[in-house]
Design a protein around this ligand. Structure first.
Ligand code: NDP
Ligand code: MG
Length: 388
C-alpha cells in the first residue's frame, strides 16, 4: 500500500532528489504536503509534479503569489509559520525533513507524531536540540531514520552487532574542495571556490560547511544523538572517493562498512522505506573499475572547525547549540563576502568561549532556541559590517 509522505524543504537539493525517488516509485508513495522557504515557482512546480494535496511556504509575504501559481490545480496552500505547521500536521506516514539550517528545527520537531517515520536530513535539528528532540521522538514513538549518507550507512552497519561492542563508529569525509590546498590559499578563497564540492551537489550552507569540515563536526554530533555513542567512540576519516560512508569497528577488531556510489537518492529511499529496500534504477558500484580507495586523517590545523565541533561534542551541555548557531551566522557572513574563510572558525571559537560554562543540554526545543538566539546575537556582533 502506498505510504503518505510530507516533504519539508521540497525545493532544495535533498527535496529534489526525494522528488526523483517518488516519481520513479509512484506506487510506493503519495505526497500529502510539500514545504519550502520562499521560492514560489519552485514549490508550485514541485506540488504539481508530485500531485501534493497541500503546499506551504515559510515566507509569509508569498501567500497571494503561491495561491496564483496553484490556482485551478485543487492543491491547497498557505504561507507563513502557521501554514508550515499545518502542512506538518496533515496526516502522513513519513516526513522527509530537509529544510536547511536551524530553521528546520521547529517544523521537524512538530512532525514528531506517534507512529510516524522521520527521514531526517536536517542535521542542524539534532545539533541544536538533539537531547530534547530524541527524547521527544522516543516518548512519542517516532522512528527517526537518518538520510545523511554517513549516518544511513552507520545505521545499517550497527545492526551487525550490539552497541556495547562498538569500539568506534567512523564517518567518512570527502575532504571538500580544499582538501589538498595549503592554508594560505584556503585563507584567500571566496564562497564560490568553497562551493565547488568535488563529489556532492548540495545546498549553499552545507557546501560551505563541507569546505570548512564543520559539516563533519556537525555529523559527529548528529551521530552521537542518533546512536547514543559518546565522543570517544566517534571518529572521522577522510576518504576522497566517498564510496565508503560509514564504518563500525567492533571490540574484536572487525569492521563493518556501508558502501554506495555517492548519490543521495540511495539513503533517501532507504530512510523513507526501511529494510524493505526499493529497487533503484541507478548505476551499480563497480569496485574493480574503481580499482582503489584512498584514506587520510583529517587535518584540524587547516580545518579548525572540525576541532571546534569535536570540542563542543566533548563539552556537551549547550556547547553544540552554541557552536551551530555561531556557525550559521559566520557562514552567512562568509557567503555575503563580509568575512574571510578562517574568520568562520574564529567567530565560532570566540562565541563558544564567550559562554561561561555550557550548562546542561537544553531540555526542550524552546530552551535550545533561546540559547541559539543568544549565540547568534553574539556572533553577529563579531561580523564586520563591510566587505573584506
Ligand atoms: P538546500 O539549501 O538545497 O534546500 C533547503 C530547503 O529548505 C529548500 O527547499 C528551501 O526553500 C527550504 N527552506 C529554507 N529556509 C526555510 C524555512 N525557514 N522554512 C521552510 N523551508 C525553508 O539544502 P539541502 O537540500 O542541501 O540541505 C537540506 C538539509 O539536508 C540540510 O540540513 C543539510 O545539512 C542536509 N543534508 C544535505 C545533503 C545534500 O546532499 N544536499 C546531504 C546530507 C544532509 P527555498 O528553495 O524556497 O529556499
Ligand atoms: Mg553527510
Amino acid at each position: 500500500m502506498a505510504r503518505s509522505l510530507t516533504i519539508l524543504g521540497a525545493t532544495g537539493s535533498i527535496g529534489r532528489s526525494t522528488a526523483e525517488v517518488v516519481l520513479a516509485h509512484r506506487d510506493e508513495f503519495h505526497v500529502e504536503a510539500v514545504v519550502g522557504g520562499s521560492n514560489v515557482q519552485a514549490l508550485a512546480d514541485k506540488a504539481k509534479s508530485l500531485g501534493a494535496r497541500f503546499a506551504a511556504l515559510a515566507d509569509e509575504g508569498a501567500n497571494a503569489e503561491l495561491k496564483d501559481a496553484l490556482a485551478g490545480t485543487g492543491i491547497g496552500c498557505g504561507a507563513g509559520r502557521s501554514a508550515v505547521l499545518e502542512a506538518v500536521d496533515r496526516p502522513s506516514d513519513i516526513v522527509l525533513a530537509a529544510i536547511s539550517g536551524t530553521a528546520g528545527l521547529e517544523p521537524t520537531h512538530a512532525a514528531l507524531k506517534p507512529g510516524r517515520r522521520i527521514a531526517l536530513a536536517n542535521k542542524e535539528s539534532l545539533v541544536c536540540a538533539g537531547t530534547a528532540f530524541m527524547a521527544d521522538a522516543r516518548r512519542r514513538g517516532v522512528e527517526v531514520v537518518p538520510v545523511d549518507s554517513e549516518h544511513n550507512a552507520l545505521d545499517h552497519a550497527l545492526t551487525a552487532g550490539h552497541n556495547r561492542n562498538v569500539e568506534k563508529a567512523v564517518i567518512t569525509a570527502s575532504g571538500g574542495p580544499f582538501r589538498t590546498w595549503p592554508r594560505e590559499r584556503i585563507a584567500a578563497a571566496g564562497a564560490r571556490e568553497a562551493s565547488a564540492h568535488p563529489i556532492w551537489s548540495m545546498g549553499s550552507k552545507i557546501n560551505i560547511d563541507s569546505a570548512t569540515l564543520m559539516n563533519k563536526g556537525l555529523e559527529l554530533i548528529e551521530a552521537h544523538h542518533l546512536f547514543g555513542l559518546e565522543a570517544e567512540r566517534l571518529d572521522v576519516l577522510v576518504h576522497p572517493e566517498a564510496i565508503i560512508h560509514g564504518l563500525v569497528q567492533w571490540t574484536d577488531g572487525a569492521l563493518t562498512a556501508g558502501l554506495a556510489l555517492p548519490d543521495m537518492k540511495v539513503p533517501i529511499a532507504n530512510a523513507m522505506r526501511g529494510a524493505e529496500r526499493i529497487p533503484m534504477n541507478l548505476p551499480r558500484l563497480d569496485l574493480a573499475a574503481i580499482g582503489r580507495l584512498t584514506f587520510e586523517r583529517a587535518d584540524e590545523l587547516r580545518f579548525p572547525c572540525l576541532a571546534l565541533a569535536r570540542a563542543a561534542l566533548k563539552a556537551g551541555g549547550a556547547a553544540p547549540t552554541i557552536l551551530n548557531a555561531a556557525n550559521e551566522i559566520a557562514v552567512e557572513a562568509y557567503m555575503a563576502g563580509h568575512i574571510g574563510f578562517y574568520a568562520i572558525s574564529e567567530i565560532v571559537e570566540e562565541v563558544c568561549s564567550s559562554f561561561s560554562g555550557t550548562g546542561n543540554a537544553p531540555a526542550t526545543v524552546a530552551e535550545a532556541l533561546a540559547v541559539d538566539g543568544e549565540a547568534r546575537d553574539r556572533a553577529r556582533r563579531l561580523v564586520p559590517g563591510k566587505r573584506l
